[in-house]
Write a protein that binds this ligand. Structure first.
Ligand code: ADP
Ligand code: MG
Length: 225
């Protein structure tokens, strides 16, 4: 058995907007092994988010395949794709997207319920403990720092026990100190076995991961380590 959890094979992505077509990815092969913490870096507009969205089953490639646990998800119907995504993948974005009228615990518990997690309250508490927010469960988002809010968003992604966590510029809205706090949380989760793929603009954060994938003009620009 290979320990590759996620891979792309010659993936191409075109976006059509009226008569204009943009080719965002031009034939990309990447793979992610179980337990790895990998970062994707590259200039703005190079295709990083497009790649992460395809890997996270948020979208499908125009050509090529995306294999999750050996299953080609690029050929799946909408329902199957959503199901796969919900079960196996946790996603974190640059913006936290917390519901402002719910506490940290309620935000995470709501996600647990939506994902059909049993014992949702207890699991939400566990997820918040994992990201070091034991003391903030009853706080509203506006009562928390940006770093804390992002950690709530990470707990929300983890509450369904996904196989992997994908993060698109998770520190992009944060200052250096709070960005480092979020990075420490991700590293701790990775040490506990979680597989993580993170897009970042920050070379210092990328250098702290196991491997760097460089994207340029829709292509992989060689990878380090
Ligand atoms: P990055 O995350 O590296 O900044 P993106 O993957 O967001 O890059 O974008 C890659 C290219 O695809 C850019 O030229 C961008 O304008 C285009 N693009 C991304 N998403 C869409 C979309 N939904 N519709 C049309 N064009 C898009
Ligand atoms: Mg992006």
């Amino acid at each position: 058995m290979s320990d590759v959890v996620l891979e792309t094979r010659d993936v191409k992505k075109f976006y059509k907007m009226g008569s204009v077509t943009v080719q965002a990815l031009r034939g990309v092969d990447v793979s992610l092994k179980s337990g790895e913490f990998v970062s994707i870096i590259g200039p703005s507009g190079s295709g990083k988010s497009t790649l992460l969205n395809l890997l996270g089953c948020l979208d499908r490639p125009t050509e090529g395949s995306v294999l999750l646990d050996g299953t080609d998800v690029s050929k799946m119907g909408e329902r199957q794709l959503t199901d796969m995504r919900c079960k196996k993948i946790g996603y974190v974005f640059q913006k936290f997207y917390l519901l402002p009228f719910l506490t940290a615990l309620e935000n995470v518990e709501l996600q647990a319920r939506l994902a059909g997690v049993k014992d949702s309250r207890r699991r939400a508490e566990e997820a918040l403990r994992l990201v070091g927010l034991d003391g903030r469960m009853g706080h509203m988002p506006k009562e928390m720092s940006g770093g804390e809010q992002q950690r709530v968003a990470i707990a929300r992604a983890l509450v369904k026990a996904p196989k992997l966590l994908l993060a698109d510029e998770p520190t992009g809205n944060l200052d250096t100190a709070t960005g480092s706090e979020v990075m420490r949380t991700l590293k701790k989760l990775n040490e506990q076995g979680l597989t993580i793929l993170m897009v970042t603009h920050n070379p210092e954060l990328a250098a702290q991961t196991d491997r760097i994938i460089r994207v340029k003009d829709g292509l992989i620009d060689g990878s380090l380590n």
